[in-house]
Design a protein around this ligand. Structure first.
Ligand SMILES: C[S@@+](CC[C@H](N)C(=O)[O-])C[C@H]1O[C@@H](n2cnc3c(N)ncnc32)[C@H](O)[C@@H]1O
Length: 400
């Protein structure tokens, strides 16, 4: 990168009106995408952070909480949206120019002059990417149809989420938090096999392979499997298999470790059909999470452990998910431990949630082990977690 200034403007209205060319095939573009990943792999990315990807003015009242999350993230800025993207892009500019370009062009997938693409990827590769439809024109600028996200020295291809498409692949802050939790909990362990339920882009399965001889990722969305296989190849990992399965239906094996950040959003009925990656189903968006918990006893090896990033709505003071575990899974010989991480709100569904009595959500790291008797504990929230949760609830009251 020779130093063409990065264009920090947001996409203009006319840029965004450009027609979308339809879903990108991770099979047809596999060779080109692998080439792009290899080329970007030359960038020193170990110190690169993930930045908020979506601009949302409604987040302004929550920016203090965003900042706390960013500062507490120890290397991963884990929020997805912000009202002040310029602030975070300014931070990105403090790294090398190539790293800043990678963040802007691929992590945030913002439209940029072709010249900036040529400087990042080289003229030949960027021109071929444009000709193949991997880069698409947005007014006078070009935008990537995929995001490429750095994580612990690896790069992962995923979708730019299009709300109108049902088969979009989600790689969000929940994925990043789960990866950090797995790395912390399994540090120094060497396990025989692992399972990820709802593997999406494959990023969690691929990181899990650091601790397991073999990993199986399952997903109901065939596009997600194509994307995950591409990411495994681009990261030279043959020990990870991806298989189509509706939850555990086509998974007869048992595992030393099971992980998941499943769809967990309580979505208004009109929007449900369009969000496979997000729709948590019935009962305030907890039914899919409950089905995963329900199947654990049969799929875990005797000394096995499950690490799950789950979301529990608080409805008129009731913390739904631990309550459902106690009332519906009490016969299982399993030990459930809910570690509170923080509170969140679903900004898109705020009106619907208010109407349904949902006050906010708890985000939990849930650890499940086989045991001689059923047990379900919710650990007390630490002072930092309580402070952040208090701030979310206060700000939410102000936003009403
Ligand atoms: C929140 S995303 C997980 C993202 C993934 N960890 C990543 O970072 O790319 C949830 C995933 O669960 C998948 N899913 C939804 N319903 C499913 C089902 N019944 N069986 C298996 N997978 C399912 C979705 O297709 C989606 O890929």
């Amino acid at each position: 990168m020779t130093g063409t200034p990065i264009d920090h403007r947001e996409a203009s209205a006319s840029d965004l009106e450009a027609p979308t060319p339809g879903p990108l095939s991770f099979v047809d573009h596999a060779g080109l995408l692998e080439e792009v990943v290899q080329s970007l792999g030359q960038i020193g990315i170990s110190r690169l952070h993930r930045f908020p990807t979506r601009t949302d003015r409604r987040m302004l009242p929550f920016e203090a909480v965003n900042l706390v999350h960013a500062l507490a993230g120890r290397g991963n800025y884990v929020m997805d949206r912000t009202a002040i993207p310029e602030f975070y892009r300014g931070l990105a500019g403090l790294g090398t120019p190539r790293a800043a370009a990678l963040l802007r062009l691929f992590v945030n997938a913002l439209p940029t002059e072709l010249e900036a693409w040529r400087e990042l990827l080289g003229a030949d590769l960027s021109d071929r990417a444009a000709a193949a439809g991997l880069l698409v024109p947005r007014g006078t600028r070009w935008a990537s149809r995929v995001r490429i996200v750095p994580s612990h020295g690896r790069l992962f291809v995923t979708d730019v989420i299009e709300a109108s498409r049902s088969d979009s692949i989600w790689l969000g802050k929940d994925s990043i938090i789960l990866i950090e939790s797995i790395r912390r909990r399994l540090a120094g362990r060497r396990l025989r096999n692992g399972l990820e339920v709802g593997s999406g882009s494959g990023i969690v399965s691929i990181h899990l392979a650091h601790f397991c001889e073999r990993v199986l990722g399952i997903d109901i969305n065939p596009r997600a499997l194509d994307c995950a296989r591409l990411n495994a190849r681009a990261n030279n990992l043959e020990r990870v298999e991806f298989r189509r399965s509706d939850l555990y239906r086509d998974v007869p094996e048992t595992f030393d470790v099971i992980v998941s950040n499943p769809p967990h959003v309580f979505i208004a009925p009109a929007a449900r059909a369009t969000q496979i990656y997000a729709d948590g189903g019935e009962d305030y968006g907890t039914s899919l999470q409950m089905a995963i918990l329900d199947g654990l006893h049969e799929r875990l090896n005797p000394e096995g452990v499950a690490l799950l990033l789950l979301v529990s709505p608080v409805v008129r003071g009731l913390d739904v998910l631990p309550e459902r575990v106690r009332s519906r899974l009490a016969g299982r010989l399993l030990d459930f431990e809910f570690e509170p991480l923080f509170n969140n709100l679903s900004v898109e569904n705020l009106e619907y949630h208010r109407a349904q009595g949902v006050q906010y959500n708890w985000v939990y790291l849930v650890t499940v082990r086989k045991a001689n008797a059923f047990a379900c504990r919710v650990l007390p929230a630490g002072a930092g977690v309580q402070a952040k949760s208090w701030a979310v609830r206060k700000l939410m009251t102000l936003a009403r």
